[in-house]
Design a protein around this ligand. Structure first.
Ligand code: XIL
Length: 338
């Protein structure tokens, strides 16, 4: 099995009991998958950790910056744009023949203090948002093919009571898409959220995006985040139904941020890994079987850099590779399904 594992062309695999190789793997071809497999990239790991880079380029064909394209990273002071880190990630992707998803232009979180404390009028905030989107999307025009334009705007079934809604009103969503389209008419523009199951929030999401479309707003697709707790995963058939519903309305979908938290499970690590693999497989299969599902992205590469650990203040192992850069059962479940 270990030998087979190593023959499957992934970097850093090792025979049982042997230390993983420290040298750079030679140009290992990425597995050919029908649906592109992507990963959120941790900038510090990308810059400082050669094994991380090797794993990334050997396994994934798409990257999304985990934080470096968010508002506070790109425009830390009003009108002063800093593309250095995001550029480094995009250049890495281009050098390695990978797609880039942009994440994200409008969100309530990771906003700079000048923006949240600025007490701007509606007109001022409209101008600020327009300039931000035109500048950021324009900077990456032709290089970032897909954008999460608006992120997590729904709280339950209504729009989230955040800066954008309070000052601009619900139209901020429409304008964000229009400005992103103006800056790069070729880019595929997505609305991204964690309403990935059936139920009232998924219905609200459907209503939101179909209303935008009926007003002529250039929105191509819907990102389903899929941060999963292995103790209570969403129902794969319900997610498949959500994908079909969007397909019928002419929308692309994608799994955009999948990870599977194990910290609430009991039992041996091996059995937890099997549970995790089954969950990953179910949603990868949903995506593979939905003609409108365009890519499958995990929110990280290997467990030691996962955001879940900081977000939950608890050890966890939610990704496809473990903290020793070794492939987990979930990796083979996902690549097999895709
Ligand atoms: C997270 C990052 O992973 C963390 O590093 C950061 O501290 C907070 O944001 N939904 C999203 C992502 O759309 O942008 C979030 O990323 C995770 C939840």
């Amino acid at each position: 099995m270990a030998l087979l594992t190593c023959m499957l062309a992934f970097a850093s695999c090792s025979l049982a009991g042997q230390a993983p190789p420290q040298q750079r793997p030679t140009a290992v071809p990425r597995p050919a998958l029908a649906v592109p497999l992507g990963a959120a990239v941790n900038y510090n790991a990308l810059i400082n950790d050669a094994r991380y880079r090797d794993l990334l380029r050997a396994t994934f064909s798409m990257v999304v910056p985990e934080n470096e394209m968010k508002f506070d990273a790109i425009e830390p002071e009003q009108g002063q744009f800093n593309f250095q880190r995001a550029d480094a990630i995009v250049t890495f992707a281009e050098d390695n023949n990978m797609w880039v998803r942009g994440h994200t232009l409008v969100w309530e979180q990771q906003l700079p203090a000048w923006l949240t404390n600025g007490h701007f009028t509606r007109d001022e905030l409209m101008r600020i948002l327009k300039e931000h989107i035109l500048t950021e999307v324009g900077h990456f025009r032709g290089r970032v093919k897909t954008w999460d334009v608006v992120n997590e705007a729904l709280a339950g079934t209504g729009l989230r009571d955040d800066l954008w809604l309070r000052v601009i009103g619900p139209d901020y969503i429409k304008w964000a898409f229009i400005w992103a389209h103006e800056a790069d008419p070729q880019a595929q523009l997505y609305y991204n959220d964690y309403a990935d199951q059936d139920g009232p929030k998924a219905d609200a999401l459907y209503t939101l995006v179909t209303n935008l479309r009926s007003q002529g707003v250039p929105i191509a697709g819907v990102g389903l985040e899929m941060h999963v707790d292995a103790r209570q995963p969403p129902d794969a058939q319900a997610v498949a139904a959500t994908m079909r519903r969007f397909a019928a309305a002419g929308f692309q979908v994608a799994i955009t941020e999948m990870d599977v938290m194990l910290q609430h499970l009991t039992g041996s690590l091996q059995s937890q890994y099997q549970t995790q693999a089954a969950i990953y497989r179910a949603f990868a299969l949903d995506c593979r079987q939905a003609p409108n599902c365009k890519f499958f992205t995990t929110w990280g590469v290997c467990d030691q850099y996962s955001w879940i650990i900081a977000a939950t203040h608890h050890a966890d192992a939610p990704l496809l590779f473990d903290k020793n850069y070794q492939p987990k059962p979930a990796l083979y479940a996902v690549t097999g399904a895709l």
